[in-house]
Design a protein around this ligand. Structure first.
Ligand SMILES: NC(=O)C1=CN([C@@H]2O[C@H](COP(=O)(O)OP(=O)(O)OC[C@H]3O[C@@H](n4cnc5c(N)ncnc54)[C@H](OP(=O)(O)O)[C@@H]3O)[C@@H](O)[C@H]2O)C=CC1
Ligand SMILES: O=C(O)C1=N[C@H](C(=O)O)C[C@H](O)C1
Length: 269
């Protein structure tokens, strides 16, 4: 890992659930310095005034271009939405800033295209659908299990403010399972939905179900059915602090990468 003393970080989406948690983490973290924040509809304020938290240095920029042209930045951490996340990531690449992207909604094709630009510049970065270690382990275990249990269904459960469905984590889990799972349409060959959507989304014949309820944070269950047996893998994020170990680790690690990594599992030992 880099021996550079302090990593200068910018957070996009600072008023959001994840952005504000990230700022609280950076404020306490060794070796990270919050130099600015990017927040549409806000410009020129101090971060401490924007968030009403004393002791936070740095100013707020309405867009990434202004931020990166005015500040010396090592790492961008983005928790916004797919449109803003893509714009911020592109600006980060243009300015040679290392992206740590938690925002969901990136396709494999988009990841490949950003990676190719970053390879040309030898720029390190990560897009991680989930920064919680337990969630990443469930993805890895699901990849292992799918080889032996091609009949599987994913149920992801989230708070009711979440805008995208299915979750980025569910998609990444399905993509990893696809590497080992024989392609198969599940359920009865002649099954029919009497209520459209009852069987969930179709991913290579495997079903993904999205639950949205107040009280939930971020949860995922992967069910594998075999002859006379059922294997259930489940992870629960009960607090957004669960993502912060991964965000901190990724922010440190991208300083030593020279390509774009997709998924936290690719930088864990
Ligand atoms: N990888 C991971 O481990 C995790 C990823 N996520 C993902 O992170 C993303 C954010 O989630 P969450 O924090 O819950 O969402 P929130 O809606 O709470 O936060 C998003 C924030 O981004 C702001 N925003 C919107 N557009 C811009 C822009 N152009 N520039 C700067 N800020 C902008 C929003 O402001 P306003 O409300 O004014 O529009 C809002 O404050 C989602 O894609 C989610 O799926 C979430 C949890 C964990
Ligand atoms: O919006 C959220 O909350 C989360 N989003 C990510 C996703 O879409 O997978 C990660 C985690 O599930 C929380």
């Amino acid at each position: 890992m880099t021996d550079k003393k302090t990593i200068r970080v910018v957070v996009a989406g600072p008023r959001g659930r994840m952005g504000s948690e990230t700022i609280r983490m950076i404020a306490k973290a060794e070796g990270l310095d919050l130099v600015a924040a990017i927040d549409h509809n806000h410009d020129g304020e101090r971060i401490e005034d924007l968030l009403g938290v004393a002791g936070l240095s740095g100013r707020v920029y309405a867009d990434s271009d202004a931020c990166f042209s005015n500040e010396e930045v090592d790492v961008l951490i983005d928790f916004t939405n797919p449109e803003a996340g893509k714009q911020n990531l592109q600006k980060a690449i243009d300015y040679g800033v290392r992206p740590v992207i938690g925002t969901s909604g990136f396709t494999n094709e988009e990841v490949k295209s950003y990676r190719s630009q970053m390879n040309d510049k030898k720029l390190g970065g990560i897009i991680a659908p989930n920064f919680a270690i337990g969630a990443v382990l469930v993805m890895k275990f699901s990849q292992m299990a799918a080889k032996y249990f091609p009949d599987a269904e994913i149920i992801e459960l989230h708070h009711d403010k979440k805008k995208d469905a299915p979750s980025g984590t569910a998609i990444k889990t399905a993509e990893l399972m696809m590497k080992t799972r024989e392609s198969k349409k599940q359920g009865a060959p002649d099954e029919k939905e009497t209520l459209p959507g009852a069987r969930g989304a179709d991913f290579d014949g495997m079903r993904i179900h999205s639950v949205r309820l107040p009280g939930l944070i971020a949860h995922q269950e992967v069910l594998f059915g075999g002859k006379g047996e059922l294997l259930t893998l489940r992870h629960d994020s009960m607090d957004r602090a669960s993502f912060m170990t991964g965000v901190y680790y990724a922010t440190k690690t991208v300083m030593d990468l020279d390509t774009l990594v997709y998924g936290l599992e690719n930088i864990l030992d």
